[in-house]
Design a binder for this molecule. Structure first.
Ligand code: NAP
Length: 285
């Protein structure tokens, strides 16, 4: 049995759909905090189990001995270490056969704020003694394509990333990597550095959006203070604005441009170019 947590999220949905192309529904379970959101999966024969990362007792019985589990990292920044710890403890108590975890590109070398909870989770997983696979995901294309309306409206992409590059890939590619690990053999003890085959700069991102949309969009580099002001002005809470500026500075230092080909190797094809993700996102506007 393969079990996917966070299955009603954006990455989780893609993992489940891709798994259903490879394994029968009765070989698949999902762990979700809101079973209603997974009613369609239950109707297709997937075993829907309800548990909340924040309520350790709810995780009793979420996993069974011998199952291969994908823990999709939670979305509540600042809460994730106790949440992930509870999931790892439940997986250990159940005696799962494999625990795969969606971590951060670079692992311990990622020195930006968002990475800290992933690094601490990786340690807990390694220390648990469970067979594990670390899926160190780089940035999603969608972090940027979701902002296309803003970019097109302003004619500008503001970032404090300097000339830094981003080796991003669409969520679907990272989902395919998770599926390869969950359905394949020989991934125990591995830490995969997952990133796109092409690392783009913000100037190149702007040029691609301009070319495809026919509207002029330029990269507008900002200082960290200016970028923080833009994000606060857009209504983001201070802690989130600080985290996003910190990510931009990590990009400027090259931390999200790391490439070693692991993603393409795991999925058995080149990664999807960001131009394709932009095309699909523009078509959906
Ligand atoms: P998402 O759409 O926000 O999905 C997060 C999933 O986690 C959802 O299914 C959510 O459940 C579930 N979840 C959150 N808190 C939970 C809790 N307390 N108990 C049980 N389930 C909980 O995010 P995504 O785009 O799929 O990305 C997956 C993860 O990657 C994120 O959570 C975050 O850790 C990380 N991330 C990575 C990048 C990147 O660029 N690599 C960008 C953003 C986030 P519901 O469906 O009930 O909300």
């Amino acid at each position: 049995m393969i079990v996917v947590t966070g299955a009603t999220g954006q990455l989780g949905r893609l993992v489940v759909e891709q798994l259903l192309e490879k394994v029968p529904a009765d070989q698949l379970a999902v762990v979700v905090r809101n079973a209603e959101k997974a009613a369609d999966l239950a109707a297709r024969g997937v075993d829907v189990r309800t548990a909340d990362y924040s309520a350790p007792e709810s995780l009793d019985g979420a996993f069974r001995a011998g199952e291969r589990v994908l823990l999709i990292s939670g979305s509540e920044v600042g809460q994730r270490l106790p949440q992930h710890t509870a999931v790892v403890e439940a997986a250990k108590a159940a005696g799962v056969a494999l625990l795969a975890y969606t971590s951060v590109l670079g692992g311990d070398e990622a020195d930006f704020q968002l990475a800290a909870e992933h690094q601490a989770t990786e340690k807990i997983i390694r220390d648990s003694g469970l067979p594990y696979t670390l899926l160190r995901n780089g940035w999603y294309d969608e972090n940027y394509t979701a902002q296309l309306p803003t970019y097109l409206g302003l004619g500008a992409i503001a970032a404090a990333a300097g000339d830094g590059r981003v080796a991003s890939a669409p969520r679907a590619d990272y989902a395919a990597a998770a599926v390869a690990v969950l359905t394949g053999e020989g991934h125990e003890g591995q830490a995969y550095e997952l990133s796109g085959d092409t690392a783009w700069s913000f100037a190149e991102l702007a040029a691609e959006i301009s070319a495809q949309s026919g509207k002029a969009v330029a990269y507008a580099p900002q200082s960290p203070e200016e970028m923080r002001g833009i994000l606060l002005g857009a209504g983001l809470p201070e802690p989130l604005a600080d985290i996003l500026v910190d990510v931009d500075l990590a990009i400027a230092r090259g931390l999200l441009a790391r490439q070693n080909g692991d993603l393409a190797r795991l999925i058995g094809r080149p990664t999807t170019p960001i131009g394709d993700t932009i095309r699909a996102a523009l078509a959906a506007l």
